[in-house]
Design a protein around this ligand. Structure first.
Ligand SMILES: [Zn+2]
Length: 256
């Protein structure tokens, strides 16, 4: 295990999200590594401090008024789109909250967004490393779709794109920031694509966006009140192609 592999898993280890085998691997690395050892110790320290600390305080009226004046009034649409940043994703574990609190002053939408993407990339990496890519392993879309019933609040659309060059491997229930999220798993050549599907704002339409983080590509879009995040080490062009074909399959007449 390399340092960068270990680093991705440190938070999961602290949050008790790793299975026994992976937890052992990370702990073995951390024990001997001069970099990761102190890092994990630091996180643990922070976590302990969080548990005993009084984390809320009420701002004095004068300060609150000054903050209100400094921040322009937020349009209603903004509020709902903020909520739609995958609801629970934003809530976070205690540790993540602690890390966020240290940069509280700078926390605005782009940072939340960055953190969300970071969580998505981590979930993608975990799915590859933990030998737990699929909970339901089948290329039959009619098996994958109902499998999510009752496991997540949404009904993620599942399409078979094998004929279009993207093999459907199956589905998985994943957790991002402690919230259950549907992942539909595809493969192109040796590249795995995790398509995370989460609840979004029905009124909101956002242009498809392409982003890169930690060496992974993310194509994201919203449709039918759902938010889609396709993450992979597949190149940008083919990942866009994947998104187009996925939507194209759902709406053969063309995208709106
Ligand atoms: Zn290390």
């Amino acid at each position: 295990m390399t340092c960068s592999e270990a680093e991705v898993l440190l938070h999961a280890l602290l949050d008790g999200e790793l299975d026994a085998g992976n937890a052992r691997d990370v702990e073995a690395h951390v024990e001997l590594c001069p970099q990761c050892g102190p890092q994990l110790a630091g996180y643990r320290e922070l976590q302990r401090a969080m548990q005993v600390a009084q984390l809320r305080f009420t701002a004095p009226t004068r300060l609150r008024r000054r903050i209100d004046e400094a921040i322009p009034a937020r349009p209603a649409a903004r509020t709902s789109s903020r909520r739609s940043v995958l609801k629970g994703f934003v809530m976070g574990t205690a540790l993540s909250t602690a890390m966020a609190a240290t940069v509280l002053v700078a926390v605005v939408r782009p940072d939340q967004d960055q953190r969300l993407l970071g969580d998505i990339v981590s979930a993608h990496v975990r799915s590859l490393q933990a030998d737990h890519l699929t909970d339901v392993r089948t290329s039959d879309q009619h098996t994958v779709k109902p499998w999510f019933n009752g496991k997540v609040d949404i009904a993620p659309p599942v399409v078979d794109l094998t004929a279009k060059g993207f093999l459907l491997l199956g589905g998985r229930l994943d957790y991002i920031d402690g919230q259950p999220v549907a992942s539909i798993v595809y493969r192109r050549r040796q590249h795995v694509i995790n398509l995370f599907v989460a609840d979004g704002a029905p009124s909101e339409t956002r242009e498809p966006r392409f982003q890169s983080l930690q060496g992974f590509n993310i194509q994201r879009w919203t449709a039918r009140g759902l938010e889609f995040f396709a993450v992979s080490d597949l190149n940008a062009e083919e990942l866009r192609e994947f998104a187009d074909k996925f939507e194209g399959e759902l709406h053969p007449a063309g995208r709106t």
